[in-house]
Design a protein around this ligand. Structure first.
Ligand code: GLN
Length: 214
């Protein structure tokens, strides 16, 4: 049976994730209600605005069911705002902002500052490029967070290189952690759904398939 991946569809770039997941071989469905969570083998939390998604999660009464699902081992992939939602700790949050948590990391919102607000970079991502066979992954960062520190059970999958794809120096951002994995949670500060390269989605679909509830 095809693996079914939900995409949280409250706000953000839902459509592009659906397309990328289908290209990676999964069935992709939008998720807006708690009952729809029961039917998925994994869930993508898309980029967008973490403060807005947080408010909508509570409004749609999805926050507690989702926290339960994460605690029970549902594979979840968070991109950008989705990474913020998975983080146990957030720097630069607004008053009252909550996360779902589950991932033992501290993220800094809007970490790259105005100079490099949005940029593209070619990254080596563990399990996706390099040893895994392919070339670097072209990634898009849009008012992205970075991971400031990680707990002992968190695997670092990618860091910011010295330069962006167009050759601009990335200064103090170089070396910052931008992709992590812990248990069944995967998070990237970048948007892999915008480039047509679906290897990060394929990694998530493989992991969701392997941990499928029968
Ligand atoms: N800056 C946004 C936030 O804090 C994230 C940006 C994105 O998802 N592209 O939620």
């Amino acid at each position: 049976m095809t693996t079914t991946i939900g995409v949280l569809a409250l706000q953000g770039d839902v459509r592009a994730h659906v397309t990328a997941l289908e290209a990676a071989g999964a069935r992709a469905v939008p998720v807006r209600r708690a009952a729809e969570l029961e039917a998925v083998d994994g869930l993508v939390l898309p980029g967008g605005e973490s403060t807005t998604i947080d408010k909508l999660l509570r409004l749609f009464e999805l926050r507690d069911p989702l926290r339960r699902a994460v605690a029970e081992g549902l594979p979840v992939y968070g991109s950008c705002a989705g990474m913020i939602l998975l983080a146990d700790r957030v720097l630069g949050s607004i008053e009252g902002q909550q996360t779902l948590g589950g991932l033992d990391v501290t993220v800094r919102r809007n970490a790259f500052g105005r100079q490099v607000d949005s940029f593209e970079a070619d990254l080596d991502v563990v399990g996706v490029s390099g040893d895994a066979g392919g070339g670097p992954v072209r990634t898009v960062f849009i008012r992205a967070p970075w991971v400031e520190d990680v707990g002992p059970d968190v695997e670092v999958l990618a860091r910011i290189p010295e330069r962006s794809t167009d050759g601009a120096g990335l200064g103090d951002a170089a070396g910052r952690i931008v992709a992590v994995r812990s248990g069944r949670l995967l998070a990237t500060a970048f948007h892999p759904e915008m480039t047509g390269d679906v290897r990060v989605h394929a990694l998530f679909v493989r992991e969701a398939t392997a941990s499928r509830r029968s």
